[in-house]
Design a protein around this ligand. Structure first.
Ligand code: PLP
Length: 414
């Protein structure tokens, strides 16, 4: 569903005008649509109805408690990559029994915390991590549920920074080593082997690499069974892409059907870890034009949001649609949409055809994933507010930071 639509010549989030949100909460701010979040999760749940499955939202894509709470209330689990994200999942009403813990650098403290609250599974990414987890679990008198994140070495055909399942990547254990590692895990007293997992990359627009990865994983599952190791679940990670510009993102059906077909009759629970797909198109960054600076070579529209608020354009040269909240009925010009930060990389969009005046509001669309979570305080810019729209209501789910808060942890020299 598209939560951001024009009504009577101005952009709305569900039934709330973005101009009203700007007036009430100020700019810049992130705006999310509850209906769009729920629709994204429903799209998965519909395809998975009748199968033993769990959708674990990848918290790193958007970790706001209000967002997580929307998903928790609909029965979602969570994919975490740190102890901090686990604490967020629980604070948002998440069920620890539906949490899977990914990441290559789990600390002793994070393992203890996750064992004490009783998570569903540790996705183990190396042999030393396996040994550490066995030791920590032993000390606590617990058995740690584990799966290995296996690197199936398939090309996800996406941006190199977000491709994670190739041999050259730092993630997961090598496919060729997996059998021996499972046998090692089976010999350790404080571990319980429950599953296997993989995550090959992000913003996948072609469903076939994941299906290819599953074929490889299933060969391993059979080899493991032959050696007496029986798994309960298979976790195929996240990665399903969204439309930013003109990409053809697969439907959840097109993505999941081939996977479900391959898993049919195997008695394995399926776990999925979507992030971007659940939140990306459900959020926008609302910003106001501070100045227009037309030039001989380029025209600059200087906005109050910047690369510290939304890093994706500067980081990956990512493209976000940028639209006027109240489109003007005059001839457009070509604008560089830039922030106030002292970096030439501080842009949110290049060469956009828009009719603009100073003070106009713009919406940077598809900003719900890896927007706020990748934001920083660079240039001592307070992190922006986040607002959740639900029908005709808008709720502040994170207030804007103050400058004093930014240096509250610092001290002068004695
Ligand atoms: C980042 C990540 C995800 C989510 O990826 P999306 O592309 O946002 O769906 C899922 N699982 C793991 C292990 C990840 O690192």
């Amino acid at each position: 569903m598209n939560a951001f639509t024009l009504k009577n010549g101005e952009l709305y989030a569900e039934s709330v005008a973005l101009s009203d949100i700007a007036a009430r909460f100020g700019t810049p701010c992130y705006v999310y649509s509850r209906a769009a979040l729920e629709a994204a999760l429903d799209e998965y749940h519909q395809e998975l109805a009748g199968t033993d499955a769990l959708v674990c939202f990848a918290i790193k894509s958007n970790s706001n408690l209000g967002v997580l709470n929307v998903f928790a209330r609909k029965g979602a689990g969570f994919d975490i990559v740190s102890g901090g994200e686990l604490k967020r999942a629980l604070a948002a009403g998440g069920d620890p029994k539906k949490v899977v813990f990914s990441g290559i650098g789990k600390s002793v403290e994070e393992m203890e915390y996750a064992l004490n609250v009783g998570i569903l599974c540790f996705n183990v990414e190396s042999a030393p991590e396996l040994d550490r987890l066995n030791e920590v679990a032993g000390r606590l008198g617990k058995k740690a549920p584990i799966s290995f994140r296996v690197n199936p070495n398939v090309d996800p055909k996406t941006h190199p920074y977000i491709s994670t399942g190739l041999k050259k990547n730092k993630f997961g254990v090598a496919y060729e080593d997996a059998l021996a590692l499972y046998q090692r895990a089976a010999s350790l007293p404080n571990l319980e082997i429950t599953g296997i997992d993989c995550h090959i990359g992000s913003q996948l627009l072609d469903p076939s690499p994941v299906a290819e990865a599953l074929d490889k994983i299933l060969i391993l599952v059979d080899q493991l069974a032959a050696s007496g190791i029986h798994l309960h679940h298979i976790d195929l990670g996240g990665g399903l892409g969204i439309r930013y510009k003109d990409e053809e993102a697969p439907t959840a059906k097109a993505y999941l059907q081939p996977l479900l077909a391959k898993l049919k009759g195997r008695g394995l629970k399926i776990i999925l870890e979507p992030g971007r797909r659940m939140v990306g198109n459900a959020g926008a960054l609302l910003t106001r034009i501070e100045y227009l600076k037309p030039g001989e070579v380029k025209n600059f529209a200087i906005i109050d949001a910047a690369m510290n608020d939304l890093a994706r354009p500067a980081l990956y040269d990512a493209w976000h649609d940028i639209v006027a909240v109240k489109p003007r009925d005059v001839a457009p010009q070509t604008w560089q949409i830039v922030g106030p930060i002292c970096e030439s990389g501080d842009f949110l969009g290049h060469d956009r055809e828009l009719a603009l005046e100073p003070g106009d509001l713009l919406a940077v669309l598809s900003a719900g994933a890896y927007g706020m979570t990748m934001s920083s305080n660079y240039n001592t810019r307070p992190r922006v507010a986040e607002v959740m729209v639900d029908g005709d209501q808008a709720y502040l789910i994170r207030r804007r930071e103050t400058v004093e808060e930014l240096y509250a942890l610092e001290s002068l020299m004695p």
